[in-house]
Design a protein around this ligand. Structure first.
Ligand code: AMO
Length: 460
């Protein structure tokens, strides 16, 4: 601990021209210009050039990712050598000592470029290394800002943060896509969503939010599905359907505004356009995020894009792309809210529209061509909920604790859930959701490729 007390963060060296400093970090690159040996050293605040050839001992042999502590003097660089691309571009450190804290092995590929030009499987096979690349690392800075924006929005709505279990007694979102686990010789499941718990907590706190892991045994490999994803959930009591639409749009706008404000540099580096927000109704704006019922949306698909999906229970991936294009062109909004999906296509807890029970009080939020959120007003009457569970061939015994909440006073309520990786992916215009997950899980991978694992097993 003491050894790092006198450490200066690299960015703070700007204020220390002419002074002695000690910096600690990773070697990014080394350049050997004849007698002058230059290193770039990186810590959590930034990168700085180190002139290593002045070090008192011979400069140790260094390679990228070696961990070093450098002591030396901060000097102004000559005007013609200023690097305008980095915040410390006007200074450099003339090293006196260079101590190597940890040696790195030779890298399996060059990490020095602006982009890390590797195929996705390689990026994932070497995840603990590739995440260190500035471009990859910045994806998760954006993700952190999205999380912060979501939290701020939920707290603004006066929601209490809750943490809920992921080992559960039953499937919530549908039977097939659930992971069964062997729970001391009995059956239990990995949670598909924090849904039931957030609902149970409405009579406790009225308004709640949670950031939770969700598990789906997705049997196909797509660019937008993970088997383990992160859901950002809100659940609110004493609402009407329209309130929920206002809330979800307000949360989406807040979350993405925070990310845009905090990560403007990263977004421009990724070359993505500024987000077109429209203005959410709840913010008192003109209501520019368009809202369409599923059937209205399908009518637009039919009239403007020539595909007749008017009897389908859900949008197709291409419908989602086209509707977002329509929304951008006609409403200057990267978002569009789709409401009133058929009741039979939605989970058992979804409230049927009392005016037309074939359709439900449900919604999806589409953003830049993909569904990033879904939710609904819920059935809050105990008997109606019991009937809905039984009507879908499910066993109410598996929902005992959940049902209890409805036996003892549940107000009208509803909520929604964002998929964090989906939002990250589309904010940055990434081509595959796996790029938006630190350690993505899918049918083929749990950290390492599963085929590799079974090869290993059979070799043992
Ligand atoms: P849903 O199943 O639509 O709703 O999930 C909510 C959001 O989570 C994201 N998502 C996924 N992301 C990556 N991989 C997956 N396999 C995956 N599945 C879902 C999507 C989706 O919009 N309980 C309800 C929410 C509610 O009603 O409040 C639910 O889970 O962005």
């Amino acid at each position: 601990m003491q050894a790092y007390m006198d450490r200066t963060l690299i960015l703070d060296c700007k204020e220390k021209v002419g002074k002695e400093v000690k910096i600690c970090g990773w070697v990014v690159t080394g350049r050997d210009h004849g007698k002058l040996v230059f290193l770039d050293v990186l810590d959590r605040s930034g990168v700085i050039q180190v002139l290593a050839s002045g070090a008192d001992k011979n400069v140790p042999e260094l390679r990228p990712q070696d961990v070093v502590c450098v002591t030396g003097t901060v000097n102004k660089r000559p005007q013609n050598l200023v690097n305008k691309n980095i915040p410390t571009g006007e200074i450099e450190i003339s090293a006196e000592t260079i101590e190597v804290l940890s040696k790195a092995q030779e890298l399996p590929f060059d990490m020095g470029g602006k982009d890390l030009d590797l195929q996705l499987p390689t990026l994932l096979d070497f995840r603990s290394l590739t995440l260190r690349h500035p471009k990859l690392k910045s994806i998760f800075k954006v993700q952190a800002s999205l999380l912060e924006g979501f939290r701020q929005a939920a707290l603004d709505l006066d929601c209490t943060e809750i943490v809920v279990p992921t080992i559960v007694a039953g499937a919530t979102e549908g039977g097939a896509e659930v992971f069964k686990i062997d729970y001391f010789g009995r059956k239990a499941y990995l949670s598909q969503s924090p849904q039931l718990y957030k609902q149970m907590l409405v009579p406790v706190y009225e308004r709640v939010f949670t950031i939770a892991k969700a598990y789906r045994a997705e049997p196909s490999v797509t660019t937008r599905h993970l088997t383990e994803s992160t859901q950002l959930d809100i659940e609110i009591g004493f609402i009407e359907f329209e309130d929920l639409l206002d809330f979800l749009e307000a949360v989406a706008v807040k979350m993405l505004t925070v990310a845009e404000e905090q990560c403007g540099d990263i977004l421009s580096e990724f070359g993505v356009e500024k987000i077109a927000f429209g203005s959410p109704r709840s913010a008192g704006g003109a209501g520019k995020i368009p809202r369409l019922t599923l059937r209205e949306a399908q009518e637009i698909i039919f009239k403007e894009f020539g595909r007749d999906n008017r009897n389908e229970k859900d949008l197709t991936p291409q419908d989602e792309i086209d509707l977002c294009q329509w929304s951008k062109d006609k409403h200057q909004s990267d978002f569009v809210t789709i409401t009133h999906f058929p009741t039979s296509a939605k989970p058992f807890y979804t409230m049927p529209n009392p005016k037309n029970p074939e359709y439900s009080l449900s919604y999806d939020l589409l953003f830049r061509g993909v569904e990033i959120l879904s939710g609904s007003q819920r059935i809050n009457d105990y008997q109606q909920l019991l009937d809905s569970i039984k009507g879908r061939g499910m066993n109410p015994d598996n929902f005992q604790l959940y049902l209890q909440a409805f036996q003892y006073g549940m107000p009208p309520e509803g909520g929604f859930s964002f998929g964090l990786e989906r939002v990250t992916m589309h904010v940055l215009n990434l081509s595959n959701i796996r790029q938006a997950s630190l350690f993505p899980r899918d049918m083929e991978r749990v950290d390492i490729r599963l085929s590799q694992n079974s090869n290993r097993k059979s070799q043992n």
